[in-house]
Design a protein around this ligand. Structure first.
Ligand SMILES: NC(=O)c1ccc[n+]([C@@H]2O[C@H](COP(=O)([O-])OP(=O)(O)OC[C@H]3O[C@@H](n4cnc5c(N)ncnc54)[C@H](O)[C@@H]3O)[C@@H](O)[C@H]2O)c1
Length: 343
């Protein structure tokens, strides 16, 4: 055994998925990436992500893309049968709070039924290690800060959050009944190169560079624990090794917060972007949106202890790297130009 792992990665064309695929390939592992390229944002952007990953792969077969939908179990099973996989990293989902309020059925179908399909295929095919993406939004309006995995999360305030919590629950069931090792990862607002264009940092950057107004929901004091993509990916790979180790002896199950354990207010975020982009934002304030939480803040001690998770990129440095990437690689791309009015 040369240490090379075979990984089945869902959501491979997306923001976190393509960065995860890149890291796996750089470490010499083999990846089959699965994604349906759903056009919630530019399909050209997703194909570009895949091209970058493919370009890094050494030789034929280190990275294979299988286009398919989580909602078609037979397609999923076929893709998951391509190789004897050591682990599944399940990142594919309908992401985002606001669109889930508009289309809760779609979120339920993809995030709950789709996750069930992944787990069912893993069970059938004997793949015993599963890492699955959850979200800080499961904490809802939790007022106890920082958020700890032992906090009760029984009061989600958006369909998205409820589907992510349901995904955690069904994954636990497969651990209990079928001996799968599972790590549910609660990501805290991930940002960085290849970021989703519907997220605030991207939208603000684009609007500020084109002289448009940005909309700040609330008075600007709301705060987030922003996680730089490289730290998030380190956590995902740590969880992958943790689940694989567990599956060899006794199956493991746990939930891990992956944040930076630092909070930044919306006003501070805009100021840092202004400094990096050399422009002053035109701001407009609006009421908070339903479903949005006022603050997120991760207690990461569990991930530090079990996964050796050690996030390093502070917000100033992370936004500097984000802006550098945006100006160098994203600005002027067809999908960047075509974005709807930014706010
Ligand atoms: N980005 C964040 O800040 C953040 C925060 C918390 C949780 N998450 C979670 O992390 C994961 C990745 O998020 P992201 O930001 O990279 O989003 P993303 O939208 O860029 O990536 C998700 C990918 O899943 C694919 N997908 C969607 N529905 C599918 C289906 N039915 N079948 C197959 N593929 C499908 C999409 O095409 C997309 O490429 C998601 O599970 C999301 O809920 C992200």
């Amino acid at each position: 055994m040369d240490g090379t792992l075979n990984i089945f990665l869902t959501g491979a064309a997306g923001f976190i998925g393509s960065n995860t695929a890149e890291a796996l390939i750089r470490q010499g592992h083999r990846v089959v990436g699965f994604d349906n390229l759903v056009p919630v944002y530019s399909v050209a952007k997703k194909r570009h992500n895949l091209d970058i990953v493919q370009g890094l792969a050494a030789g034929v077969g280190q990275f294979v893309f299988a286009e398919g939908d989580l909602g078609h179990p037979e397609v999923l099973r076929k893709a998951m049968s391509r190789e004897p996989f050591d682990a599944v990293i399940h990142l594919a989902a309908m992401a985002g709070v606001q669109p889930s309020i508009a289309d809760p059925r779609l979120y339920s179908a993809v995030n709950i039924d789709g996750t069930l399909n992944v787990l069912e295929c893993a069970r059938e095919l004997g793949i015993r290690a599963v890492v699955a993406a959850s979200s800080s939004s499961v904490y809802g309006s939790n007022t106890k800060l920082p958020f700890s995995e032992s906090d009760a999360v029984d009061h989600p305030i958006s369909p998205y959050a409820a589907t992510k919590k349901a995904g955690e629950l069904i994954a636990h069931t497969y651990h209990h009944l079928h001996g799968l090792s599972v790590a549910n990862l609660r990501f805290f607002t991930v940002y960085g190169p290849r970021q989703r264009p519907d997220l605030a940092i991207y939208k603000f950057t684009r609007a500020m560079l084109s002289g448009k107004e940005i909309t700040l929901y609330g008075d600007g004091s709301s705060s987030r624990d922003y996680t730089f993509i490289d730290d998030c990916v380190d956590g995902i790979l740590g969880a992958m090794h943790w689940t694989i180790a567990g599956s060899r002896s006794t199956p493991r199950y746990d939930i891990f917060n992956l944040g930076e354990s630092q909070t930044v207010s919306l006003l501070e975020l805009v100021s840092i972007l202004e400094r990096n982009l050399g422009v002053t934002a035109k701001r407009r304030h609006a009421d908070y949106l339903p479903g949005d939480v006022v603050a997120t803040f991760a207690d990461i001690s569990r991930a530090r202890a079990a996964l050796r998770y050690d996030p390093k990129v502070k917000i100033e440095e992370g936004l500097r790297r984000f802006c550098e990437w945006y100006l160098r690689e994203e600005q002027g791309k067809p999908w960047e130009i075509q974005q709807e009015s930014a706010s």
